[in-house]
Design a protein around this ligand. Structure first.
Ligand code: 5AD
Ligand code: SF4
Length: 488
């Protein structure tokens, strides 16, 4: 990162009579959230005040500003849209949000609009932005985030730019990891810590390896230092991040793998839960399971994307495990780690998936007894191997399968949550619980998460702000979407 340019922009901004505002809108996964924290950190270091302003599409399809957000947005000097390419829907949302920005820019000609993230690592998307979103001033890909101060500087000098310079070979060749970017963390008690970037698995439906490039790991010392600082600053929930964390290898010592890293992290002093996401089932080792069973601060939850419960489809997806392997793994996890919560991702309607094959997925989710699943309808992605497979399943079949999957999982989730009734659990309080029903109670309910990542709601009438603290909650009721209880 170019500190000289960063300082130069700060000096310019500091001379202005009014504080310059900037807004970062983030779509997609935790990796994007983490990237946005860095972009916000750099913006802040360049003298911008970060606003949380946002706009949403109203039911009439027009642009609607959330409470006072329009005003904030109109006054922004810089707006960044950090995009996600995982499914078509995500791309449409990012375009729609970018489209809504036009009327703000029409009112404020000095506003600079930038697009970044996974979408802009694709050539066809760049062409589309060039043609249809002429008011977007600059784009930069996931591997150019550290160049953001220079990119913004050029934009301030009025140069419309494309900073992605993309080709698949370029993306594949990124090996360096920039460590010197400041980050503006979104929370004072929950934090993401990237441990590796990119993915080498090439699941046939997935765009990630094409837009985020090859796997590359951060140096273990950098990761350990970051976690040490977080723990010393009282962070309570720390998540190690990577597209495939189990592929972690310290660049200085190839024998130092993810389990070694996790073991060293758990030895860092502090009262915190340690999570990691995402794990590929083919890479979960016996050593890792053993460590999870022994460690006190590794959270009692594993997210383990299954994708499909049928062996033919798993093969077509290039997942490299069978339904039998997966079920064995879940059994091992449950035998070795008391009360572990397991969640999963499922794709329905992969090209050529038959009704019987889909039923095998239903059967597997019943056997595995997931605490929760994230279901997705298959979405064709450009330049992936599955793009060439005939997408022969009708929209209705896909949505029917999706609905069936949700129905079955709801029953399982409710049953899992019911099992918590009468138990006392440790909860990290995250803040006021808001939903339509108890709005009138005005903040008498707090919500948080258990180590097993269950949403937990409890009544609180005290004066001490519990946000960011661990509390014990006795569970009175386990419902479909979470646990309800009282402070103990
Ligand atoms: N279509 C539908 N879902 C997808 N995912 C990844 N690619 C696609 C796609 N093309 C899902 C997978 C993955 C999660 C992050 O997104 O289930 O685990
Ligand atoms: Fe995509 Fe598969 Fe890599 Fe996950 S493991 S990011 S689904 S290619």
């Amino acid at each position: 990162m170019n500190r000289e340019i960063l300082n130069k922009i700060r000096e310019i901004n500091n001379k202005k009579t009014q504080k310059q505002k900037a807004c970062v809108v983030t779509f997609g996964c935790q990796q994007n959230e983490s990237d946005s924290e860095k972009i916000k950190g750099m913006l802040e270091a360049m003298g911008y005040e970060i606003t949380e302003s946002d706009i949403t599409a109203d039911s009439g399809g027009g642009a609607k500003a959330k409470d006072g957000a329009a005003f904030e947005l109109e006054n922004c000097g810089v707006v960044i849209i950090n995009t996600c390419a995982i499914r078509e829907h995500a791309e449409l949302k990012a375009f729609s949000r970018t489209g809504q920005l036009k009327r703000y820019k029409d009112k404020n000609k000095d506003m600079l609009i930038g697009m970044c993230g996974c979408m802009v690592e694709q050539e066809h998307i760049l062409e589309y932005i060039e043609k249809s979103f002429k008011y977007v001033d600059f784009v930069f890909g996931t591997r150019s985030i550290h160049k953001f101060p220079e990119i913004l500087h050029n934009a301030l000098l009025n140069l419309r730019q494309n900073n992605t310079e993309i080709t698949e070979t370029d993306i594949a060749n990124i090996t360096e990891i920039e460590e010197d970017m400041p980050a503006k963390r979104g929370s004072l008690f929950k934090a993401w810590v990237p441990v590796m970037y990119g993915c080498d698995n090439f699941c046939s439906y997935c765009v990630v390896p094409h837009v985020r490039g090859r796997e590359r790991s951060r140096k273990k010392d950098k990761i350990l230092d970051e976690v040490r600082t977080l723990a010393a600053n009282g962070y309570k929930d720390i998540t190690l991040l990577g597209q495939n964390v189990n592929s972690y290898k310290d660049p200085g010592n190839k024998n130092y793998d993810f389990t070694e890293l996790l073991r060293d992290v758990t030895e860092i002093e502090g009262d915190y839960w340690l999570r990691f996401i995402t794990s590929h089932p083919k890479d979960i080792s016996g050593n890792l399971i053993k460590l999870m069973g022994e460690s006190k601060n590794i959270a009692n939850h594993l997210h383990l994307p299954l994708q499909s419960g049928n062996n033919r489809i798993l093969k077509l997806m290039n997942r490299k495990y069978t339904r039998e392997d997966y079920l064995d793994l879940v059994e091992k996890l449950k035998d070795s780690i008391k009360d572990i919560a397991v969640t999963s991702d499922i794709i329905v309607g992969f090209p050529s998936e038959t009704e019987e094959e889909f039923e095998e997925t239903l059967d597997l989710i019943k056997r595995a007894g997931f605490d929760n699943i994230f279901p997705f309808i298959y979405s064709k992605r450009k330049n992936t191997p599955a793009e060439k497979m005939e997408d022969n399943i009708s929209h209705k079949e896909k949505t029917d399968r999706f609905a069936e999957l949700i129905k079955i999982q709801r029953e399982i989730s409710a049953e899992k949550n019911k099992a918590y009734e009468g138990k006392t659990v440790r909860v990290l309080a995250e803040g006021e619980y808001k939903n339509d029903k108890n709005k009138k109670n005005n903040g008498n309910y707090l919500s948080g998460r258990t180590s097993s990542n269950k949403l937990t709601v409890f009544e609180y009438n005290g004066n001490v702000d519990l946000t960011g603290s661990f509390v014990n909650v006795k569970i009175k009721e386990g419902r479909l979407h979470g646990l309800f209880g009282e402070l103990e």
